[in-house]
Design a protein around this ligand. Structure first.
Ligand code: FMN
Length: 350
């Protein structure tokens, strides 16, 4: 199944290998550069079905560090377009972008909060820092929440103009959207906090606003944390309930990760440790899902699809080690896949 195509709206992926979004902390002023061009371009040469560009801030304070990528201005979008054009002109890969806001987890370097002078005042649904030693984040007013929804919408508009095939909203790993979803980081008493309906409102408003900028040639994915591994926190039941609603709001795939919102949460990490969450969301909410997390072997990726646990397999660290995993897998499985025509002499090994 790894080499069977799959379609989201009019976007057809040639295979099920996805490069998971990964921050590279290598931008100045949020602008992609030659590093990113080669980094993403080589995964296209490697035959990856879908490349998802790293978490990209919808406004300057939405970055995690000063060196994260951004898409709040046209200069940033123009540099991204160069990458998108290369991928489309030189491969069969599709390319997406993850739109993100860091919220209370912004203004850091090497996972440590930096000063207000070097960084910025962070934002959150409630005055609760991620770590007790960090500054209390600014609590967003309702008007400011609406402005953040608008930021996602404008970012999506730029991404569509740049030619991306998929937009992924980052609702996982304890960043702003996840901070709203979780009753442990969101203790608001207005329409954005309290009940499940209120905590999911921010994400649904973003989804609706972003969808207004999309068309049948651009698919919409949402990444969530299936659980945050904390008592009374966001869990798999709420994830399934949310996935059903997201499907009805025209979201094409739920990319199921986990954790990231609760400092010190105990996580048992093993090969494919998050696959059961993707499976539960897929089978109970009847939505397409992506599985991610310590999937490093070609046979394991195939098995996840065969078992019906997910529709796509996202690889992060393994595709940093091996940009050619999709091509390599096709050799091992005797499947046809994209091979750069310039490299054809290497296709037959003998
Ligand atoms: C260097 C690095 C940067 C990451 N940045 C992001 C990111 O921008 N957005 C995101 O959703 N996850 C991010 N992640 C998490 C990965 O996408 C992935 O979910 C995680 O690494 C587990 O997959 P793996 O075991 O294949 O590495 C990052 C991971 C790494 C290693």
């Amino acid at each position: 199944m790894l080499y069977s195509p799959i379609q989201f709206r009019n976007v057809e992926l040639k295979n099920r290998w996805v490069m998971s979004p990964m921050c590279m902390y290598s931008c100045e002023n949020g602008v992609a550069n030659d590093f990113h061009f080669v980094h993403y371009g080589s995964r296209a040469q490697g035959g990856t079905g879908l490349i998802i560009v790293e978490a990209t801030g919808v406004e300057p304070r939405g970055r995690i560090t000063n060196h994260c990528m951004g898409i709040w201005n046209d200069e940033q979008a123009a540099k991204l377009k160069k990458i998108v054009d290369f991928v489309h002109q030189n491969s069969e890969s599709k390319i997406g972008i993850q739109l993100a806001h860091s919220g209370r987890k912004g203004s850091t370097w090497n996972n440590i909060q930096i000063s207000l002078e070097e960084g910025w005042e962070t934002l959150a649904p409630s005055p609760i820092p991620y770590h007790p030693t960090e500054r209390i984040p600014h609590v967003l007013t309702v008007e400011e929440i609406k402005k953040q929804v608008q930021n996602f919408k404008e970012a999506a508009k730029r991404a569509v103009k740049a030619g991306f095939d998929v937009i992924e909203i980052h609702g996982a790993h304890g960043y702003l959207v996840h901070q709203f979803l979780s009753p442990l980081s969101n203790i608001r008493t207005d329409e954005y906090g309290g009940s499940f309906e209120n905590r999911t409102r921010f994400l649904l408003e973003i989804v609706d606003a972003v969808n207004k900028e999309l068309n049948e040639n651009v698919a919409l994915f949402v990444r969530i944390s299936g659980t945050e591994y904390a008592e009374n926190g966001w869990d798999i039941e709420e994830s399934v309930a949310l996935a059903k609603i997201l499907k009805s709001h025209n979201v094409d795939l739920i990319d199921v990760s986990s954790g990231g919102n609760i400092h010190g949460a105990k996580i048992s990490v093993f090969e494919g440790y998050q696959v059961p969450f993707a499976s539960e969301v897929k089978n109970k909410a009847e939505v397409k899902t992506g599985a991610v997390g310590l999937i490093t072997k070609i046979e394991h990726a195939e098995e996840i699809l065969q078992k019906g646990d997910a529709d796509l397999v996202l690889v992060a660290r393994e595709i940093l080690r091996n940009p050619y995993i999709a091509v390599q897998g096709s050799f091992e499985m005797h499947e046809e896949s994209f091979f750069p025509h310039q490299y054809l002499r290497a296709k037959i090994s003998s």
